[in-house]
Design a protein around this ligand. Sequence first.
Ligand SMILES: [Zn+2]
Ligand SMILES: [Zn+2]
Length: 70
Amino acid sequence: MALEMRATCEKCAKRLPTDAKDAFICSYECTFCSQCADAMKRVCPNCRGVLVPRPTRIPRPIRVVPFNGR
Ligand SMILES: [Zn+2]
Ligand SMILES: [Zn+2]
């Protein structure tokens, strides 16, 4: 099962796009913004897991143009 990237904070519904740098996530993929994460002392209220900064994901992979040497 692929890791689902949630696009909003579960607490305040702030938009957190995949390239957001202020998104926090717990090991069960509960997603929160940095403000809510700090307000909750970086502990997930759903599963009591530790909230860690979510790695950003580039929305689309950079297309590599093959170089044929001519
Ligand atoms: Zn929030
Ligand atoms: Zn959680």
